[in-house]
Structure formats: structure tokens, C-alpha cells
Design a protein around this ligand. Structure first.
Ligand code: SF4
Length: 361
């Protein structure tokens, strides 16, 4: 089928087959993808709002039993550079975040080999009791590692964490949800295990995000397969609140010795737009200014994105691998306004926090 005919069917809100999306991703002009993704974004978010969050990525530990070729953050158990933050250190970081207008905490670690489940439960309980703040914590590889370490089902682990105060789950560790690619790059959970954690979370009414990392040596077919797996799970559960694609940051990583180049801005925008079109059943799409810079972030708002992510008061995982872009809340707001949108602060679960949005530049 011709690109013109595929474009027409997408415009009429038809969901294509994976093979048709692949053809479209490969052959459609960038302007066509941009026009369709922008049109869909305007249909999904007719109020013209661009959301963002003020939060902090607290990495409670860098000790990790997994090995990922793209990670410059982890240290092996026993390393003199390994750390576990004390509760007092975490409280201090949360208090600073609240002082800076933060609306939540994103907390993730390495896969620690022997912290007990009670440590995590006590931490969440204390954070909720002291600060009442939104707790967006523990990506699927961590939850899966808990099930192995504590010999419990995913549901039991999630119920216990939810009872202790967990509000939502970040979509980290998705990278490319195709085992052929994962096996070359990581020893953590596989595709089905990642998706099983998300499906269980959705069943327990824990909202989650989903992510994707371009540039791990994957093919376009792999990218389409990743989008298809997410699309299918979302059809079943409806629990993903947002999709967040970013590009591999190769500095100081093992994979960076093989693949030292970053994916181009044009390729990023093409796949950002494709993600908007493919995942029309996931309401929000975030553009990653952290890996692409604020200029591409602004362009992304015209390629289907309706969210600018977080100002990231603290970030320790992608930064050592080469993501050195920084933004303030003011920069995200003025960038949204400059592109013709109304900025609005949100929580990690994408609930908006400003009633009269856009009145503050
Ligand atoms: S990406 Fe996560 S799981 Fe992989 S090595 Fe780094 S900390 Fe461990």
C-alpha cells in the first residue's frame, strides 16, 4: 500500500498492522509523520496544554547484581564505590525537593542483593507519613528482582509496597522489549517479565509509565515490536499513563565502545512521532529534553509530545552516560509558551496540579 493511503488511514484513526507501521516509519517523509502526530496530539489534548513535573530522581543505591552494557551508574556488590543511602539522607533530599516546589519523588536503585523487603516498606511508610508526597518508585526490573529475592509473586510484592505508600511505577528498564536485543545488553528481566510486572500493577490500579531507548543496536523491526507489545498490553489494561522514548547515552559505558555515536535529532523526532501514532491508546507522550536538549524538546511538542518531563532536580543514571542538558521550571514553562502551548505542572501520575493553568509564565 502507498504511503499516501497509509497516511489517510492513520488520519481516519485506523490502527495499522505492525508491518504497515514499519513501512510508514521507513518510508514516510518526516513532515508527514510530524503533521499526523501533531494532529493526533491535538485530538487527544484539545486544551493545548503541555505538562511537566518537578521531581527528583533519588537513587537509593547504586549496588546492582545485573550487568547492563549501557549503564555507567551501577557498581557491583562489594565495590568500594557502592552505596546505600540512609533514611536520613533520603529525608533530606525529599525536604529539598519539596522546598523547590517538587510534586513527587522518583526513586530507583540498582538491583541490590540483600536489602530486605521490610527496608523498602519502612522507607515508603516513613516518606508517606512525614511528607504525604507522591511516590513513583521501583521500575519493573527492581520489582522482578524483589520477586526472585523474596520468593514472592509479583502481586504480593506490589500489594505490600502499595500498602506502604507506593503510588505509581516508573517505566524504566524497558529499553527495547525484544529479547534478542535485551540478551545482548542486559542480564536483568526479560520482555515477558517486564510486561508481567506492568500488567499486575495495572490490575492493582497502580498507574505506570512506559519507556523505550533507541540506539542499542536494534533494527526498525525491533522498535516496531516494542511498540506493538506496549500497544497490546495497553489494550488489555489501560494502565499506562504515558510513553517516554529517549536515546542511548553511550559515554562511559561498555556499549559506547561499540556504538559511540548518538542517534540524530531527526531520527529521534521521527520515532517520537511514530510512537504517538502507534500508541494512540496511551494518553500522554513525553519528549526527552534531558537526552536531546531543550531545542529538540521544543520541536518534539509539534511531533506529538504533550509533556516535557521533569526538571530533574537530581539525576544520577543517564547523566554519567553523557546526558548533560539541564532545565529549570521557568525554562520548561517559557519553552511551552513560546511554542504556543499552555504549561501546567503535574504529578508523576499525570494528574494536573494547576486549576487555572497558564496564568503563570
Ligand atoms: S541499568 Fe539498572 S539494572 Fe542495569 S546495571 Fe544499571 S542499575 Fe543495574
Amino acid at each position: 500500500m502507498s504511503i499516501i493511503e497509509l497516511a489517510k488511514r492513520i488520519e481516519q484513526s485506523e490502527h495499522l498492522t505492525p508491518a504497515e507501521y514499519l513501512q510508514f516509519a521507513q518510508d514516510a517523509p518526516l513532515e508527514t509523520i510530524q503533521r499526523l502526530a501533531d494532529g493526533l496530539r491535538r485530538r487527544l489534548h484539545p486544551d493545548n496544554i503541555v505538562t511537566y513535573v518537578v521531581d527528583r530522581n533519588i537513587n537509593y543505591s547504586n549496588i546492582c547484581t545485573a550487568v547492563c552494557t549501557f549503564c555507567a551508574f551501577y557498581r557491583k556488590p562489594g565495590s568500594p564505590e557502592g552505596y546505600v543511602l540512609s533514611f536520613e539522607e533520603i529525608y533530606h533530599k525529599v525536604e529539598e525537593t519539596i522546598t523547590l516546589g517538587g510534586s513527587g519523588i522518583l526513586m530507583q536503585g540498582g538491583l541490590h542483593p540483600d536489602l530486605p523487603l521490610e527496608w523498602y516498606e519502612e522507607l515508603l511508610t516513613q516518606l508517606k507519613r512525614r511528607y504525604g508526597i507522591h511516590l513513583h518508585c521501583f521500575s519493573p526490573p527492581e520489582i522482578y528482582a524483589f520477586t526472585q529475592l523474596f520468593q514472592m509473586s509479583t502481586e504480593k510484592v506490589l500489594r505490600r509496597l502499595q500498602k506502604a505508600g507506593l503510588d505509581s511505577i516508573p517505566g524504566g528498564g524497558g529499553e527495547i522489549l525484544v529479547d534478542e536485543v535485551r540478551r545482548k545488553n542486559t542480564t536483568k528481566c526479560n520482555t515477558d517479565q517486564w510486561l508481567e510486572v506492568m500488567e499486575t500493577a495495572h490490575r492493582l490500579r497502580l498507574p505506570t509509565t512506559a519507556t523505550m531507548v533507541f540506539g542499542l543496536g536494534e533494527t526498525m523491526e525491533h522498535r516496531v515490536e516494542h511498540l506493538e507489545r506496549l500497544y497490546q498490553l495497553q489494550q488489555k489494561t489501560g494502565g499506562f499513563v504515558a510513553f517516554i522514548p529517549w536515546t542511548l547515552q553511550p559515554d562511559n559505558t561498555k556499549i559506547g565502545r561499540k556504538i559511540p555515536d548518538r542517534r540524530s535529532a531527526e531520527e529521534y523526532l521521527r520515532w517520537l512521532g511514530m510512537a504517538r501514532l502507534y500508541l494512540e491508546n496511551i494518553p500522554n507522550l513525553q519528549v526527552s529534553w534531558l537526552t536531546q536538549g531543550i531545542d529538540v524538546g521544543r520541536q518534539g511538542l509539534h511531533f506529538g509530545a504533550n509533556d516535557l518531563g521533569s526538571i530533574m532536580i537530581e539525576e544520577n543514571v543517564i547523566t554519567p552516560a553523557g546526558a548533560h542538558h539541564r532545565a529549570t521550571e521557568e525554562l520548561l514553562r517559557t519553552s511551552s509558551l513560546a511554542e504556543g502551548f499552555t504549561p501546567c505542572k503535574r504529578k508523576a501520575n499525570y494528574v494536573r496540579l494547576e486549576e487555572r493553568v497558564g496564568l503563570r509564565a
